[in-house]
Structure formats: C-alpha cells, structure tokens
Unconditional design. Structure first.
Length: 212
C-alpha cells in the first residue's frame, strides 16, 4: 500500500496555489510530484532522495521537475510546506476558555502526532537542515515557520503584561524544541501523552509565572 495514502496530511495539498518557477503543469501532476517526494523522504531519508528517484516515483521526466524547481532542496521545501497544517490566526476566544487544550491541539497538529509518515519526514529534515544550506534557506524562506507563530500568539494572548520578543520566543520555543528533541533522540513517533506532559508541567507553569 502506498504509505502516503495512510497519511492525513495529504488533504492539505488540495486547493492550494503553488509558487514555483517555469511553466505551469496541471494540478494533479504537481500533487503527484510532491507526494512522491514526501514518500521517498519518509522511506529513505532526505540524503538518499534524488531528483531522478522523485521523477521515477511520480512517473514524470526529470526535466519536468527542473523546469518547476531549481533543485532538490526547493522541491522538498515545497512538499514540506504542503505537508504542514494551514497556518491560521490564533483563536483568542479558545485561548481564554481552555488554553491548556488549545496548546495541546496546536502542538499535535503541527507535529502530526497521528501521522507516523509525517513525523519521519520531519525527523529526516530536522537532521539534514543543519548540513544542507540550500534546504535551510528554502525552508526558512517560505511559510513553514509561520506555523509556530500560532502557538506563540496563543501564549501571548493569555499573558496580561507585555513580554519583549526574546522572552516570548523563549517561552514559545519550549514545546516545539522538546518535541523535535524527542524525534531526533529517540527516532520514535511523538505521543499525545508527551505533548500533554509538556503543556501541563512546563508551558502552563511558565505562563502563570510570567503573568505575575
């Protein structure tokens, strides 16, 4: 069975506008290429994936890929962008009603806790990004990092006093940093119980401390 068919993030591909170089392809061809890239990263790891292997998996010519993406890092960055949840503004009402559950939900969506394939992709990219400058630039030049902004804004809206940017960033980085650490060190999927543990015993207490 195609592993990506079991992955709940593929729905995020539908209805999105792609921003790439070269002449446009049909939507289904674009999706096939991006899905194939993600499948291969999950199966083999980022370093072992080539433009040739993506083209072969997607039943597309390699020249087609290069007309649309400058190189593998840009293609993979585009695929990861579509893998991630749609970035939305923070729900301030929900923050006030039940901050704890909202934070747990935000982290679980961002890390795809019910999606082992997606976590394999995130693990491989987290390892590769430190040594692949082009991949790092491609990922940080798009909206992937904006997903963390929802989590940061959710924290900020619950604190009565104004925090400076560095304080807020440090507070908002606690959860994602620990979850990436869990992925990289153990190589195992993140469980909801671990997210709840982080929120209950670290993030909420830190928020309460900063409210004073």
């Amino acid at each position: 069975m195609d592993i990506i068919n079991k992955s709940d993030f593929i729905d995020n591909f539908e209805g999105k506008v792609l921003g790439k170089i070269g002449r446009p392809l049909d939507k289904q061809r674009d999706i096939a290429i991006l899905k194939s890239a993600l499948e291969l990263v999950a199966e083999l790891g980022y370093d072992c994936v080539t433009m040739d292997s993506i083209a072969l998996r997607a039943h597309a010519g390699k020249a087609t890929l290069y007309r649309r993406w400058k190189s593998k890092p840009y293609l993979i960055a585009e695929a990861i962008r579509f893998m991630m949840p749609c970035v939305q503004k923070v729900d301030t009402e929900r923050c006030g009603d039940n901050l704890r559950d909202y934070l747990c939900e935000s982290l679980s969506k961002y890390f795809g806790i019910r999606d082992g394939v997606r976590q394999k992709v995130m693990l491989s990219i987290a390892i590769a990004i430190n040594r692949d400058k082009l991949l790092s630039e491609a990922i940080h030049s798009n909206c992937i990092k904006d997903g963390a902004c929802v989590f940061r804004d959710a924290i900020e809206c619950t604190i009565n006093k104004k925090l400076d940017k560095e304080q807020l960033k440090l507070l908002a980085d606690v959860g994602p940093a620990l979850l990436f650490y869990q992925l990289i060190i153990t190589g195992k999927p993140i469980k909801m119980s671990y997210i709840e543990h982080i929120v209950d015993h670290l993030i909420i207490p830190l928020i309460e401390l900063n409210k004073k």
